[in-house]
Design a protein around this ligand. Structure first.
Ligand code: GLN
Length: 540
């Protein structure tokens, strides 16, 4: 029988529940167990694909084409596993399935009710995800916090599952302990309220992970223990730390792995986290920097900079840097500035390499094209991702092939020279307003040309990478682009689509139609990022 570990949040969101869940998974995995993880998002959206990146952060994409929450990316990176649509639950998905079944008379004509039918659907989804991979443990992260109305049916599912399998279900609360400036003392009361709320849902947490700026002291531990009805040993201190990859090691200082296993009545194998500790050593001790600029537009929300929209890219840069024992220094360069001020783009000279990430719509596009032109002419290492590749093609068509009006039909539908264009099947979907889950999504095969930079990175010709886009390089312009020196370095042969472009006579000018960042793992950096960072640091 598999063991179920629910992870909920107290006090506020954004305190690292996902990293906590992934870290617990990592600890148990390192002890030899098979782990899987589920993210529950309480919103109605069937997937994250239709949400604005500024509001939602990155849309992560799995091999099977699921557009999901960035936490799935954390799980994949920590557990070094490919997850699927079964690992992602939203309120929308649950209701959609129940309603479809009701319409098909699959409930035998009885009245279908919110309780227990919705929690039962949640439970059956969790069980299916476990059975598919025959996991020993499943981590189920419930997004948001325990007091939120929209979470109640998921808490109900946790309660019902525990009632059915009392020995196989654990609930961990990740809570926040603020240290308000005017008081200067760490306060436990919000966490006490969070536990009360959980109690009202019929759940008593087995372990509390106490997130705070600094480590928890003894008096605070005692207070939480007394008022939250939990043993002191089950209150785990989780102070802010520099690298998320240190979290599992930190938890182990409090023997979290052993505590969890003992609660399930299981002995705890001694071995743990050997490679992971080595990685954290590199992270802490690399001092030589590589300066990477990311030219994008989803950075600002009011007065804050939101890096969440590019989380997988940031992690992929880090993984590649650590492989070369370098310290990444990432800067956010605003495409909008390059449009306003024609000299601003020269700041790119100060970077060892530039990345143009994915994106949608035409805001900032001309600024990004300027940045690409600057990288091409000044031989600055350049990595383009998805939209980044499309813009590199447009720049080359305009400035090298002399097609001054080259563009993408995404930016102007009547564009005369659509070097980037929408495929006919996509056109039909757009016409019918079928936007959700209809892009070219997930894993597609690609063949790499020998003697290219990409081949040097991958060291093989058959690869598979993840996609999320509607537009493609227009094959009608391929000959013209190639004649002027663009290399079509990766091709999807089944549909004859260009997946990677490169330029000759440039130290590193590579752009992919797919998103390599989704497949980078801390101990297995992505080949393209690895090569990119190698050249960047050589140029440094
Ligand atoms: N907007 C472009 C397209 O849909 C690129 C998408 C992306 O960068 N993910 O094709």
């Amino acid at each position: 029988m598999a063991k179920y570990i629910f992870i909920g949040g107290g006090v506020m969101s954004g305190i690292g529940k996902g990293i906590t869940a992934a870290s617990i998974g990592k600890i148990l995995q390192s002890k030899g167990f098979k782990i899987t993880a589920i993210k529950i998002d309480p919103y109605i959206n069937v997937d994250a694909g239709t949400m604005n990146p500024i509001e939602h952060g990155e849309v992560f994409v799995t091999d099977d084409g699921t557009e999901c929450d960035q936490d799935i990316g954390n799980y994949e990176r920590f557990l070094d596993q490919d997850l699927t649509t079964h690992n992602y639950i939203t309120t929308g998905r649950v209701y959609q399935a129940v309603i479809n079944r009701e319409r098909n008379l699959e409930y035998g004509g009885r009245c279908v009710e919110v309780v227990p039918d919705i929690p039962n659907e949640v439970i059956s989804r969790i069980k299916k995800a476990v059975q598919r991979v025959k996991a020993d443990f499943v981590l189920i992260e419930i997004g948001g916090t325990v007091g939120e109305y929209q979470n109640s049916l998921f808490l109900e599912a946790a309660r019902m599952l525990k009632l059915r399998h009392p020995k196989d279900v654990l609930f961990i609360l990740v809570s926040y302990l603020p240290i308000p400036n005017m008081i200067g003392e760490m306060k436990t009361k919000p966490t006490q309220y969070a536990v009360r709320t959980l109690n009202m849902a019929g759940i008593q947490p087995d372990i509390i992970i106490a997130r705070s700026e600094v480590p928890l002291d003894e008096p605070r531990k005692k207070k939480i223990s007394t008022f939250c009805n939990i043993s002191e040993q089950d209150v785990i201190s989780a102070p802010d730390i520099k690298s998320i990859y240190e979290v599992p090691i930190n938890f182990q200082k409090d023997n979290l792995g052993k505590r969890i296993l003992n609660k399930f009545g299981m002995p705890a194998p001694k071995k743990d986290l050997k490679d992971w500790k080595k990685l954290v050593n590199v992270i802490k001790n690399s001092s030589e920097t590589v300066k990477i600029g990311i030219v994008g537009k989803y950075f600002e929300t009011g007065k804050f900079t939101l890096m969440d929209s590019y989380i997988s890219i940031i992690e992929a840069i880090k993984h590649a840097c650590w492989e070369h024992k370098k310290k990444p220094e990432i800067s956010w360069l605003s495409a909008g500035e390059y449009e306003k001020d024609s000299q601003a783009v020269k700041e790119i000279k100060n970077y060892d390499g530039i990345i143009i990430p994915g994106g949608f719509g035409n805001r900032g596009v001309e600024g990004k094209i300027k940045a690409i032109e600057f990288c091409r002419k000044n031989k600055i290492p350049f990595l383009g991702l998805c939209l980044g590749m499309q813009l590199a093609v447009i720049e080359f068509a305009r400035n090298v092939c002399g097609i001054a009006q080259a563009s993408s039909t995404e930016f102007s539908s009547k564009c005369k020279y659509p070097v980037i264009d929408v495929m006919p099947e996509q056109k039909a979907l757009l016409k019918e307003k079928k936007y959700g889950g209809t892009m070219r999504l997930g894993a597609y095969k690609c063949k790499i040309k020998p003697q290219t930079i990409s081949f040097r990175g991958y060291k093989r010709s058959d690869i598979s990478e993840r996609h999320r886009h509607r537009y493609e390089l227009n094959n009608e312009f391929r000959d013209q682009l190639e004649a002027k020196g663009m290399i079509m370095a990766g091709i999807n042969s089944k549909r004859d689509l260009v997946e990677i472009i490169e330029l000759k006579n440039h130290p590193f000018f590579v752009a992919s139609q797919f998103h390599p960042e989704f497949k980078s793992r801390p101990l297995k950096p992505h080949p393209l990022f690895r090569e990119f960072i190698k050249v960047c640091s050589a140029q440094h």
